[in-house]
Design a protein around this ligand. Structure first.
Ligand SMILES: [Fe+2]
Length: 209
């Protein structure tokens, strides 16, 4: 796989957090910390689940989880002209880490043919670019794994998928119709990994139902 070593991944993550800090001088340390916790928790969940599946590598899953939101760290998304999925994708392609690049791109989209209006907080031009790029990618279990694990993290903790949907509905003011669709996709992913692991992922991660 084209991914950095664990040491390099941790360094890249730290450097990304420094860029985030520099780009947002008004962010208090507690906000920067939510980005650190988010990446670390997604990595943690991904490693635990991957370790139960013989075809997956727990260490690789941790690295992919840690760096999936790298695009959010290195760009100022609030300016409204970037989408972190594409920013992270381009940054890691340039570094030669193609497998991290694809995760940056795929982690937000359980459905490759997503509707642009379901992601209204991001610029249409960048979403169209993401959809075009995704057409060339056949999702593998790492793509699916990081999509799922990203949905277990809300704020500073692990939550079940229903609570995560409530969290994003309130944060991004998404309609209940879109939330229902996202919830269906999320449950489908969870069932897929429940089956692969031979257990309930909520139990495995210690998440309340
Ligand atoms: Fe994320």
């Amino acid at each position: 796989m084209k991914i950095p070593s664990m040491t390099e991944a941790l360094n890249l993550f730290d450097e990304g957090l420094k860029v985030l800090s520099a780009n947002h001088p008004k962010f208090p340390p507690s906000i920067i910390n939510t980005y650190r916790v988010h990446g670390t928790l997604v990595a943690f969940c991904a490693e635990i689940i991957a370790s139960k599946i013989p075809e997956l590598d727990g260490r690789a899953a941790y690295i992919l989880g840690l760096l999936h939101d790298y695009g959010k760290l290195i760009t100022i998304e609030e300016k409204g002209d970037t989408f972190h999925g594409v920013s992270g994708y381009e940054a890691f392609l340039e570094k030669g880490y193609d497998d991290v690049a694809r995760i940056c791109l795929s982690h937000s989209f359980p459905n490759k043919k997503f509707k642009i209006r379901d992601y209204a907080s991001y610029p249409v031009k960048e979403l169209c670019k993401a959809r075009r790029l995704l057409r060339k990618i056949e999702y593998n279990d790492y793509d699916r794994l990081i999509q799922l694990c990203d949905m277990f993290v809300a704020g500073l903790g692990l939550v079940n998928l229903k609570d995560r949907m409530d969290f994003i509905r309130d944060k991004y003011r998404i309609s209940s119709l879109i939330i229902k669709r996202k919830y269906r996709e999320a449950l489908e992913l969870k069932r897929y990994f429940d089956k692969k692991c031979g257990c309930d992922i909520y139990m495995l991660l210690g998440v309340d139902r």
